[in-house]
Design a protein around this ligand. Structure first.
Ligand code: FAD
Length: 319
């Protein structure tokens, strides 16, 4: 039986035991999706991607239904390292060699915009997530320290980044009193936050803006097509959430959720589905199914890649 990543390490609807969970301040449970609801946009996945999309779409006046199979911030968003870092996952110098200076500059600016956005959302919505400025990068050998100093100067000289401070060994020791660290840099523009509290605060803000949030509501299937095409009385759905667009904010898991309901009810993978190969155990009864409906719309929204947004269709949801 294929591994179902959505449930393989976790218990349905329960945050994993973690310091973040133990210290979360805004743990408000949201109801599971029940009944037949309608929205302009249905978003699958309540991590940072889905929460931010829900918040911004709701603020733009759209009716939003946001679904999560587990809880708000249940995935990586509620259990990551909490580093609000500068740049991308590769050093700018590597990006320059990889794709050229112009593209590397665009990615740097994108990273700066992302940091600004996070900080402004925290301030605007008064999110108590212990945002603390400053991330230090330290080296424990001369060559590592030299590399970090060179990189800090590169960011200053080429990117005009003035929030970075080169640390010599004394400055480094003051910051972190360990003889193992011999220098590096302190990035004052980066920071650290409580990742789960940030997600929960975004949920509160999205709800206040009008978004409807549903937990323990797993999307099992998204079927594209006009709303009327899905009015099949033979379908074993009792309930529906109808929307203009479905926004996929849980890319890997959604890939694993296109299970035909009749196959899912038998606990089998859909022959026409994608890569899941199994559904959560134990198989649900048909009475535990509901669906999100979407009517025809262009497959693009908010500048998202086309394959991240689906136009018309039905998202089948369980709770
Ligand atoms: C160990 C680790 C440490 C990290 N550290 C950092 C860091 O320090 N700084 C940083 O910036 N980034 C870090 N990241 C990356 C960061 O956490 C992710 O980029 C970010 O959380 C992704 O958010 P997301 O909303 O796209 O996905 P997720 O947070 O994973 O949210 C996806 C949500 O979709 C839900 N879902 C999935 N399938 C379905 C379905 N079929 N129906 C309904 N709901 C569904 C899931 O339950 C989940 O809540 C780290 C990641 C990991 C794994």
């Amino acid at each position: 039986m294929a591994l179902n990543l959505l449930y393989s390490n976790d218990r349905k609807g329960q945050y994993p035991a973690s310091w973040y969970n133990a210290t979360a301040t805004e743990q408000k449970p949201y109801d599971a999706l029940r009944g037949d609801i309608r929205a302009d946009v249905c978003i699958v996945g309540a991590g940072y991607t889905g929460l931010s999309a829900a918040l911004h779409l709701a603020e733009a006046g759209m009716e939003v239904a946001l679904l999560d199979a587990h809880r708000v911030g249940f995935g990586a968003s509620g259990r990551n390292g909490g580093q609000l870092g500068s740049g991308q996952r590769m050093d700018q110098e590597d990006l320059e060699s990889f794709m050229g200076e112009a593209e590397a500059l665009k990615l740097w600016r994108l990273g700066e915009e992302a940091k600004d956005l996070v900080k402004s959302l925290i301030a605007r919505h008064d999110i108590d997530c212990h945002l603390k400025p400053g991330v230090a990068w330290t080296g424990s050998s001369c060559s590592e320290v030299s590399h970090l100093h060179d990189y800090a100067r590169h960011l200053q000289d080429w990117y005009g980044y003035d929030q970075i401070e080169v640390l010599n060994d004394d400055a480094c020791l003051k910051l972190c009193p360990s003889p193992d660290y011999k220098g590096g840099f302190l990035d004052h523009g980066a920071g650290h936050l409580h990742p789960l509290n940030y997600a929960l605060g975004l949920a509160r803000a999205a709800e206040a803006a009008g978004a409807k949030i549903y937990e323990q509501s797993e999307a099992l299937e998204i079927t594209e097509g006009a709303e009327d095409e899905h009015e099949d009385p033979q379908q074993p759905y009792g309930q529906a959430a109808r929307s203009e667009k479905v926004r996929l904010a849980s890319e890997p898991a959604v890939e694993t959720t296109r299970v035909h309901p009749s196959d899912a009810a038998r606990g089998e993978p859909s022959s026409g589905g994608t890569s899941r190969g199994s559904i959560p155990e134990p198989p649900r009864s048909l009475g535990e199914r509901t669906r999100a409906k979407v009517s025809p719309a262009p497959s693009q929204a908010l500048g998202q890649p086309v394959d991240a947004v689906r136009g018309a269709g039905v998202a089948t949801v369980s709770f």
